[in-house]
Design a binder for this molecule. Sequence first.
Ligand code: AP5
Length: 211
Amino acid sequence: MKLVILGAPGAGKGTQAGLIADRLGIPTISTGNLLRAAMQQGTQIGQKVHSYMESGKLVPDELVIDLVRERVGQSDCQKGYVLDGFPRTLPQAKALSSFAQIDAALSIEVSDEEIERRMEGRRICTKCQATYHVEDNPPKVAGVCDRCGGPLALREDDSREVVENRLHIYHEETEPVKEYYRQEGLLLAVRGQKKLADTTKLVFEALGISL
Ligand code: AP5
């Protein structure tokens, strides 16, 4: 299955993408994680994107499109993949259609107020990028990743001011991508629930996957 996950920053795309990918045995491709890894490693791309990401702006289309085109061509993507955070502009959606045949685009719908609450409590593993929430999805040991034992931290772009900017950009630039997939007959929409497990149930039902 080749799947796109859409939704505002903090809607739960990464969380659900990870669960779907584990269930189907296919990789998750998160453009946010690829770009953060490039910054950590200090690559040329990482240096180019740092100022965009820390202020919550989208990085230039060409750069992300090339990154995804190259990643989906790798051998572990032959059976499918879950795209998390891509496409988020119309040019990205159109470019994706030119090199991949997507089976469905799943949108996770969450209000802006709930997004702001979630971002304040989000913690990510600095080693493997797994995502937690201090109240809704806490790790077994506070501050330590369940998966790899790495230290958990706040993300650089999760401050209130940057989150507001990311939400604004989402409404302006990424919501039209939903309409694009609606017209293609590929859009599935699920309302994000207060409890993570309830959202997962709706997501798996919408995709026709057993839990
Ligand atoms: P990116 O890393 O993609 O960030 P984002 O889209 O803003 O999304 P997030 O990762 O913040 O949230 P999420 O929806 O995955 O939610 P999560 O599962 O963590 O992008 C970062 C930056 O990179 C961008 O600003 C841009 O600069 C650049 N970039 C990336 N892709 C790009 C592209 N294609 N084009 C241009 N630029 C690009 O969940 C959030 C929190 O809520 C967690 O703590 C989680 O535990 C909790 N939670 C999740 N679900 C629930 C639930 N149902 N109930 C309660 N809590 C929940």
